[in-house]
Design a binder for this molecule. Structure first.
Ligand code: COA
Length: 219
């Protein structure tokens, strides 16, 4: 389960050996991502600058996977780290739900990699984790992210006021969701449109060919 394949994207947990690429991409996107992410806690080491902080982040994500509370994936395109697709706040019991968060390197934005990765993550959430609900919350002025859920036709559920702290402000968020019942109906169309192997795509090739030397559960 550690590596998931789309048509062009590969999703796998980040490991400490990804630090170099992580640092390069996060440094380049720092100012842009600050606008859409929770504020860094004061005094906390920056995972883009401190390899130990990045390793701690990877370990925390690994523990979440082990406990089944979250599944964080790096998004790779042509073997290069380009962003993240994270299933978080997984609640079992009567909810069986998760949130999804994502970002992509500005250098490759606009190529549809995020909607593709989101369909890959949704398939994993519904078909492997057996969750019932997947949710995305988006700040109303984030037109690029609204386009992502728009392309996939996620159902709009309304505005949650002062919902999440983003860059130090309690921001309103538009909420979108898809449930397992909807996924069952829409999966063939979404998989065909975003994941099904293209002639020049890598889907279907063994993971070992795509990530040479990569072993699972590296921390
Ligand atoms: C939101 C985001 C993940 C979209 O990823 P993506 O892989 O570029 O998604 P898409 O290729 O489907 O593009 C979505 C929209 O982004 C906009 N876009 C296109 N090219 C772009 C570029 N070079 N740079 C920025 N945005 C661009 C377009 O409006 C596009 O819609 P269109 O395809 O109808 O033209 C990405 O813009 C991002 O990382 N934003 C910053 C972090 C963020 O907002 N995360 C989501 C929080 S809810």
């Amino acid at each position: 389960m550690s590596t998931l394949l789309g048509r062009r994207v590969l999703l796998r947990p980040l490991t400490r050996s990804d630090f170099g690429e992580w640092r390069e991409v996060r440094r380049r996107n720092r100012a842009r991502l600050k606008e859409w992410e929770p504020q860094a806690l004061p005094g906390r080491p920056d995972s883009a600058e401190d390899p130990r902080a990045f390793a701690d982040r990877c370990s925390a994500r690994r523990r979440e996977r082990q406990h089944g509370t979250g599944y964080g994936f790096g998004v790779f395109v042509n073997g290069c780290f380009r962003g993240e697709m994270n299933l978080s706040s997984i609640q079992r019991g009567p909810f069986q739900s998760c949130y999804v968060g994502y970002w992509i390197d500005e250098a490759v934005a606009g190529n549809g990699y995020t909607p593709e990765a989101l369909v890959v993550a949704a398939r994993f959430a519904f078909e492997e984790l057996k969750l019932h609900r997947l949710q995305v919350a988006i700040v109303p002025r984030n037109s690029a992210s609204l386009r992502v859920v728009g392309k996939l036709g996620l159902r709009y559920e309304g505005l949650a006021e002062r919902y999440v702290e983003i860059n130090g402000v309690w921001e309103d968020h538009h909420r979108f969701a898809i449930t397992e019942e909807e996924w069952r109906v829409r999966a063939p169309e979404l998989v065909e449109a975003w994941i099904a192997p293209a002639l020049d795509g890598h889907a279907g090739r063994p993971v070992s060919e795509l990530v040479p030397g990569r072993t699972e559960n590296q921390g």
